[in-house]
Design a protein around this ligand. Structure first.
Ligand SMILES: C[S@@+](CC[C@H](N)C(=O)[O-])C[C@H]1O[C@@H](n2cnc3c(N)ncnc32)[C@H](O)[C@@H]1O
Length: 296
């Protein structure tokens, strides 16, 4: 069935434009229609924060009409607003996102916090500089944030996808973060390096669950960022198997994972036998989301 296109009624106020767009998206069953309509309206009008609310009673500018209609029609196709706008905030900083990268999620900020906290507890020899690697960096959100938050850290990051690495490189340059990027399969690009810390939010959705994901995720975010093999644990197993590529195992390893995977990932870390302490950290919804291995 043909879907109606969104067309804004002439001579509307900004508030009326918001109401028309959100009810159009709502009628199509788009999730969070009001939040999406506001985000896209702010983007098209170049308004942020209180400026948007102050402008609500103003006339909708005619010269922005076709841009607004176009973004609402893209949203109506289920495209995540972050890809339409081209940006997602992470740890208080704006990251460019394209359909080549996963949209960074708020729970991943907790992974960064955990790495900063436990990384700070690692003992350093005088003059020693810690080295960290972020495996499967996507937009570069984790690596760029760690590089900016932990002064003196040597930060490297990898991805299998050259297109994702292009986005990550642009984010590092734009935000002034010193990150060395390498392309390749999980730990392979770091053979011989010997990092003190490994952090990774790898693809962890079991392949057979992908069809049941929300369409916004399933149809628009990159499959390479989602598919973790038959049980979702494939990348963690491969990383454990690849540890002998490094001169020594890292003193801190920190993984993000999916719902119900914490026990299995903790067991994988325990079986590797390199870390005295295995810590599981829940996200804000109470789901065990991060597993860390620490060698004291
Ligand atoms: C879940 S996304 C995480 C992206 C980013 N680190 C974040 O937290 O927003 C997983 C990333 O791993 C990358 N990836 C998938 N398989 C990989 C592999 N075998 N080696 C390296 N990176 C891989 C994907 O391209 C994707 O960018």
């Amino acid at each position: 069935m043909e879907r109606n296109e969104f067309t804004l009624t002439p001579e509307r106020s900004i508030r009326e434009a918001f109401l028309e767009a959100s009810s159009f998206l709502d009628g199509l069953g788009i999730m969070e229609p009001q939040r999406n309509a506001q985000l896209l309206l702010e983007h098209v009008l170049g308004l942020t924060g209180t400026a948007y609310y102050v402008a609500l009673g103003d006339a909708f500018p005619e010269e922005r009409r076709s841009d607004f209609e176009a973004v609402i029609n893209r949203k109506a196709e289920g495209v995540p607003a972050q890809y339409i706008i081209g940006e997602q905030e992470f740890y208080g900083r704006p990251f460019e996102v394209t359909p080549a990268v996963l949209i960074p999620r708020p729970e991943t900020e907790l992974l960064v916090e955990a790495v900063l906290k436990y990384g700070n507890q690692l003992t350093l020899q005088p003059g020693e500089k810690l080295t960290a690697v972020d495996i499967g960096t996507g937009s570069g959100a984790i690596a760029v944030t760690l590089a900016l938050e932990a002064k003196g850290l040597r930060m490297l990051a990898s991805d299998i996808s050259p297109q994702a690495l292009d986005v990550a490189r642009r984010n590092a340059a734009r935000l002034g973060a010193g990150v060395e990027f390498r392309q390749g399969n999980l730990l392979e690009p770091f053979a011989g390096l010997g990092p003190d810390m490994i952090v990774s939010n790898p693809p962890y959705i079991p392949a057979s669950d992908i069809a049941g994901l929300q369409p916004e995720v399933r149809d628009h975010e990159p499959r390479t960022a989602l598919d973790g093999g038959p049980d979702g644990l494939y990348p963690y197993r491969v990383m454990m198997d690849q540890l002998p590529l490094l001169p020594a195992p890292p003193r801190l390893i920190a993984f993000e994972l999916g719902m119900g995977q914490a026990q299995d990932v903790a067991d994988l870390l325990r079986a590797a036998g390199h870390w005295d302490e295995i810590i599981t950290i829940p996200d804000l919804a109470g789901i065990d989301r991060h597993v860390l291995g620490i060698a004291r």
